[in-house]
Design a protein around this ligand. Structure first.
Ligand code: NAD
Length: 288
């Protein structure tokens, strides 16, 4: 059941943040209860095909689940990374050189996953719909750059949690490549490097407690308000702002589809829930 509450005054990336709508409307019951959850993959694909055909503007909203078949583990699934290691909040990164070094150590340890990953079937399906003019842009919580690699223009990938394939200075916003950071890290005996301006260099991702990117949030909200089909793919939909989007889209009259191998809090208000593997569900939409 969706939770009800008050949206934070400033956008911050936070866990299980209660939410409301921009207009202040509170909704505590499903708006429409006509969810279908076909047990069979081909029935799911057929229903999704109909919804895609009927839609003029589809907004895919993607989470870590779309990239698991590419070799990048998600964090929340059973056995996921967060069952082993807790993420480093932004305040902790800022407060301690030792924590900044630990953050970089973890990032380089993940390089085997992120560095070799190539777009999967879900990415390729969305890129096909983008090329067909059905999808104006993708809003993603992912930080892996795979939507861009699948052929979607970088300007049309709205990254809510940033991008882990490069780094930036938190003070002057200068961009740094990871190879450069790694070389400095190793030659300094594993000290986190700093920018020439004195600012801390951090992977270009949004940590818990860090301000959300304002422009990306505004673009995402605009896309949510314009779409007539919102498709949440591989997101557990438990963190703010992700949790607000399906409801917002629904309130604006869009249809809602959720593709996730596990149940989410929003299944009740969805028009279609596909509780299947993302690659299997979206592969039929690959056009190349
Ligand atoms: P999340 O909350 O989006 O959870 C992933 C969801 O995908 C889960 O609900 C899981 O049931 C589902 N899922 C996983 N593989 C699937 C599959 N093959 N088919 C169907 N459903 C599948 O994300 P998270 O893992 O909790 O990560 C939290 C944050 O950490 C993300 O929002 C992101 O910023 C970052 N992250 C990014 C990546 C990436 O860029 N690939 C990977 C891990 C974490």
């Amino acid at each position: 059941m969706p939770r009800v509450g008050v949206r934070p005054a400033a956008y911050r990336f936070c866990r299980r943040m209660p939410f409301t709508f921009a207009e202040g409307t509170l909704i505590s019951r499903p708006m429409i209860s006509r969810t279908t959850t076909p047990s069979d993959l081909s029935a799911s694909v057929a229903r999704l095909r109909d919804l895609v055909a009927e839609a003029a503007s589809i907004l895919p909203f993607t989470g870590a689940g779309i990239s698991t078949e590419c070799g990048i583990p998600d964090f929340r699934s059973p056995g996921g990374l967060w069952t082993k290691t807790q993420p480093i909040p932004f305040d902790a990164f800022m407060a301690s050189a030792r924590t900044r070094a630990e953050s970089w150590r973890r990032r380089f340890a993940m390089q085997a996953h992120f560095g070799d990953a190539r777009p999967g079937r879900g990415h390729r399906a969305l890129a096909s719909l983008y090329r067909a003019g059905k999808v104006p842009a993708v809003v993603t919580q992912n930080i892996d750059n795979l939507h861009q690699m699948s052929g979607i223009a970088a300007a049309d990938v709205v990254e809510l949690h940033g991008n882990t394939t490069y780094a930036t200075c938190l003070a002057c916003e200068r961009r740094y490549e990871l190879d450069w950071v790694k070389a400095r890290f190793e030659e300094s005996g594993e000290q986190a490097p700093e920018c020439a301006c004195g600012g801390y260099i951090k992977s270009a991702t949004v940590s818990f407690g860090q301000a959300m990117p304002v422009a990306a949030m505004a673009r995402a909200e605009e896309l949510v308000d314009r779409c007539d089909l919102f498709v949440a793919i591989g997101s557990s939909l438990v963190v703010w702002p992700a949790a607000g989007f399906p409801l917002r889209a629904k309130k604006r009259g869009a249809r809602l589809v959720i593709v996730n191998r596990e149940a989410t809090d929003f299944d009740e208000i969805a028009d279609l829930v596909i509780r299947q593997d993302i690659g299997d569900a979206l592969a039929p939409f690959i056009a190349d």
